[in-house]
Write a protein that binds this ligand. Structure first.
Ligand code: ADP
Ligand code: MG
Length: 698
């Protein structure tokens, strides 16, 4: 195998300098090994020969054996074409070429058997195949041909005559040229136990399977291997952390916690809130560093959980820190904390990009000398300039982009790494969570506070706004507040801004008697905050906004969320936005306003939104609709897993299998010291070296 990795593709017979240059720059194929792992994106079954009279124009690719009777030039100008009259001995069909016609007439002979392959069609009432593949019958051993591989190639390659067919020839040559069998990359015992196809065979079958079954068996082996090493790597990180990294011990729940719990808790905790707090108290008392993910749908009350945990840190003589993704949210958390703790001797401060000058100096000073107990902030808090006296707990709110590498930066903020909790409302499907947050323990708040009525979701077309405005009018008259959200997509920020501003002007005309506020990303933070404050305090009834309000903003009196151009939002985003309402006791509504002409995916999204409020269901659907590649955070997770074959959306079972297997292997041999696991150890070391390179680049 090593050998193939160092053999330049230019030396593969039939490639040569020009084509090797294209392969390298267009497909990133530099070595023989790269080519071996450049798999076809599909196969077409060539095990069957058809008779011409069986063909219909709705068939996919077919092959027919027969002879050419004659060739004929037809048409003129752009319609000029070469027609070959072809027969299987019983019926006739036309084979048509629009270019390279000279080459065809020169190479194809009459009175000789050929196998033609292509997609049948009908033109002027005659059955025809355009641009078929033509091979002399004796050169193709039928029945042994199996499935024909199709490789993707770029336009530039096609122009240079480098087609899928060429790649097929290259891979064939590659297999012929390989002197030694391909070495196994998984331990023999795993291959045996799991009935996996041996690597050498799997690679060959992935390119040249004889049946569809053989192909899927081969792919299973290759995907499993890919996912298995990802899981093995993640689990080893997790275990190393558990066994090596000493954690701060919070032995007690002290005075602040009890005082708050007994006197200032605004409402009884839900059972789910109590349970997750218990889970985390166990972690923080264990002597190991906590690294936990707290999942809880929008509105499930994660902020209160965070506050209680921070108080435990304070009670044990440590400082705590809560990080939010936006300034607005950080400020809101600060306000919530300060008002809940107003009669208690706990000092909470804010640190964001906006906190400058003397105020900043004072906060930094207070952090260093330990007078500040709880810091709330944005990314600004991980800057190196921010030092704590004794940081014991960091809570990261709604930051899907906060992967292992970033978390590792926090560990350094104290001589003993502080406990880390990541909170998210964006439910992550299990298989993705295992990969993205695979090194974290997970707690789930699976219960909403009592008295919440599920938000009703309705769909309106944008040409029927009158009725919508009437409904909104009614809501505002009952004292409720309303959000109007407009999409914001970075590439066309100007246009989006126009959308919001026009929307604002329009709504002022529609609702002349109401006070309307506006927030968007282009506003100065001070202005933004002012507008938010007016809405929170009820001075404005309608808030026109971009997605800046997507995450975390909490205004229980707001009962209507109108999402304009809902077709331009992703599912999780819609769900997040919907979570901004339904926070009080009143019936709330989420209204998706879309264009009349909706694409297939948008229709599906709207349908899912109107049918369910279940965040997990939505996340699964989202993953299916978008594919995991788009999912925020996959790239930034800090673990280099550039999956080539496996698809996290579709291969959930293989992910699970890979995880279970990796767990079993590590349970039996934690340090991979057994000789039979030597291969695993070596491969992991190589993988980690890649990760190091990767993380220094990003
Ligand atoms: P999220 O989990 O989305 O961050 P929040 O923490 O913002 O949710 O909580 C949503 C709302 O629910 C807030 O108004 C909060 O005060 C309220 N809340 C939290 N816990 C409870 C509870 N146990 N009972 C009633 N209301 C609660
Ligand atoms: Mg929140």
């Amino acid at each position: 195998m090593q050998d193939l990795k160092t053999k330049d593709i230019v030396y593969l017979p039939g490639v040569g300098p020009a084509r090797s240059k294209l392969l390298k720059e267009q497909l990133n194929i530099h070595t023989w090994h790269d080519l071996l792992y450049y798999f076809p994106y599909k196969h077409i079954d060539r095990t069957r020969l058809y008779r011409i009279n069986e063909l219909t124009s709705d068939m996919p690719f077919v092959q027919v054996k027969g002879r050419f009777l004659s060739f004929e030039e037809m048409g003129a100008g752009r319609k000029k074409r070469l027609v070959g009259h072809f027969t299987d001995g019983q019926s006739l069909m036309d084979l048509v070429w629009f270019n390279a016609t000279k080459y065809i007439t020169k190479t194809i002979k009459l009175n000789r058997d050929y196998i033609i392959f292509g997609r049948p069609g009908v033109f002027n009432g005659r059955l025809q195949v355009s641009h078929p593949d033509v091979d002399p019958a004796e050169s193709l051993a039928l029945g042994k041909m199996g499935m024909q591989p199709y490789y993707s190639v770029t336009e530039k390659m096609k122009k240079a005559g480098l087609s899928s067919r060429s790649l097929e020839h290259f891979t064939q040559t590659l297999f012929q040229q390989m002197q030694e069998p391909i070495g196994e990359t998984l331990p023999e015992y795993l291959v045996r136990q799991m009935y996996l196809m041996p690597l050498g065979q799997a690679l060959k079958s992935a390119h040249y399977p004889e049946t569809a079954n053989e192909l899927s068996h081969a792919m299973l082996r290759l995907k499993f291997e890919e996912l298995f090493y990802v899981q093995l790597s993640i689990l080893r990180y997790a275990r190393e952390r558990h066994s090596l990294r000493r954690g701060i011990i919070f032995p007690r729940v002290g005075e602040n916690f009890h005082t708050f719990y007994n006197h200032y808790l605004p409402f009884p905790l839900t059972d789910a809130q109590k349970r997750v707090i218990r889970e985390m108290r166990m972690d923080m008392g264990s002597g190991k560093q906590m690294n936990r993910l707290l999942q809880g749908d929008v509105g499930s009350g994660k902020t209160l959980v965070a506050l209680l945990l921070l108080l435990i840190a304070v009670d044990n003589g440590y400082q705590g820190c809560l990080m939010a993704p936006t300034e607005i949210l950080a400020e809101q958390h600060l306000e919530t904390f300060r008002s809940m703790l107003k009669d208690m001797p706990v000092r909470v401060e804010l640190l964001t990009g906006m906190v400058k000058g003397k105020r900043r100096t004072a906060v930094l000073e207070g952090l260093r000398n330990g007078e500040v107990n709880i810091l709330v902030g944005t990314h600004a808090v991980i800057e190196d300039a921010v030092g704590f006296q004794r940081l014991g707990l960091v809570i990261i709110d709604e930051q899907h982009r906060f992967g292992v590498a970033q978390r590792a930066r926090l560990w350094k903020k104290n001589t003993v790494a502080p406990h880390v909790l990541v909170m998210t409302a964006t439910p992550i499907p299990r298989t993705l969570a295992m990969t993205l947050y695979g090194d974290l323990d997970v707690s789930v708040i699976d219960q909403l506070p009592p008295g919440r009525k599920p938000v009703k979701t309705l769909h309106w077309y944008d040409n029927a706004s009158e009725g919508l405005y009437r409904d909104i009018h009614k809501q505002v008259q009952q004292g409720r507040q309303v959000y109007f959200v407009y999409p914001l997509i970075k590439e066309s920020e100007k246009m989006d801004l126009k959308n919001v501003e026009e929307g604002y002007a329009h709504l002022q005309k529609v609702f002349p008697d109401y006070k309307i506020g506006m927030v968007h990303g282009r506003m100065k933070p001070v202005q933004k905050e002012e507008e938010m404050r007016k809405f929170v305090s009820g001075q404005t009834q309608i808030l026109v906004a971009t997605t800046v309000i997507e995450v975390g903003v909490n205004v229980p009196n707001a009962s209507v969320m109108v999402i304009q151009n809902a077709e331009r939002f992703g599912l999780s985003q819609l769900h997040q936005l919907r979570g901004r309402v339904g926070r009080g006791a009143d019936q709330s509504y989420c209204i998706l306003v879309t264009n009349y002409q909706l694409g297939k995916t948008s229709t599906k999204r709207v349908q899912i939104m109107t049918e369910t409020n279940d965040g997990f269901e939505i996340a699964e659907a989202d993953l299916k609709l978008r594919g995991p590649g788009d999912l925020e955070g996959t790239k930034q997770s800090g673990i280099a897993f550039d999956l080539k074959l496996a698809n996290l959306a579709r291969d959930g079972q293989i992910v699970q299998l890979a995880r279970d297997t990796a767990t079993r292997v590590l349970d039996e041999d934690p340090s991979l010291a057994h000789p039979e696991n030597a291969l695993l150890k070596k491969t992991l070391e190589e993988l980690r070296a890649d990760e190091m390179n990767w993380s220094s680049i990003s």
